[in-house]
Design a protein around this ligand. Structure first.
Ligand code: CU
Length: 174
């Protein structure tokens, strides 16, 4: 543990509403850690441990979405995709805080193909992880039609329960 748990990585598309849950959770976690340090002496310190990665809940109303790209849009040149998120916070992969995770972009792939019991795979050009906490990406996609979909997953790249997955948009690159 380095003590560096800043999960407030702020890309241009992260607004303050998005960061608030993280900030709140951080202070909550600090409080838990302080309480935990008292409990350690009695052997009851399990409050701040990462949970089973197969069982991280998503809060009610949590939502991930592709920001600002309408279904059917045509692009000329590189495509910038902003990862919208409501009701949860972004954390780098490997770092656990409640109600957080990182983004995954599925290109020409459907989230229904993901195994909910396994970490999301890394597939070049098809299934991309943003494990540093990125909230947008600019891609040079091949010409033609593509579908884009976001899957938000926990510190271990496993979908939350229930899974937080965006609607799919289809774009054309000319
Ligand atoms: Cu991942």
């Amino acid at each position: 543990m380095t003590g560096d748990r800043t999960c407030t990585k702020s890309g241009p598309s992260v607004d303050s509403r998005q960061l608030q849950p993280v900030m709140f959770k951080k202070s909550l976690l600090t409080a838990v850690a302080i309480i935990g340090s008292f409990l350690t002496a009695t052997g009851q310190d399990d409050a701040a441990k990462p949970p089973n990665p197969l069982e991280t809940p998503s809060p009610k109303g949590a939502r991930v979405y592709i920001q600002g790209i309408k279904d059917g849009r045509t692009f000329k040149g590189p495509v910038t995709i902003r990862f919208g998120l409501k009701g949860m916070g972004v954390c780098p992969a490997g770092t656990y805080l409640p109600d957080t995770g990182h983004h995954h972009l599925l290109i020409n792939m459907d989230a229904s193909e993901l195994d909910k019991k396994l970490p999301i795979p890394s597939i070049d050009g098809k299934c991309l992880h943003y494990g540093k906490g990125q909230t947008q990406v600019t891609l040079d996609l091949p010409k033609g039609k593509h579908t884009l979909q976001l899957a938000f997953a926990n510190f271990a790249h496993i979908l939350h329960k229930p899974a937080v997955i965006s609607k799919k948009v289809t774009i054309t690159v000319e």
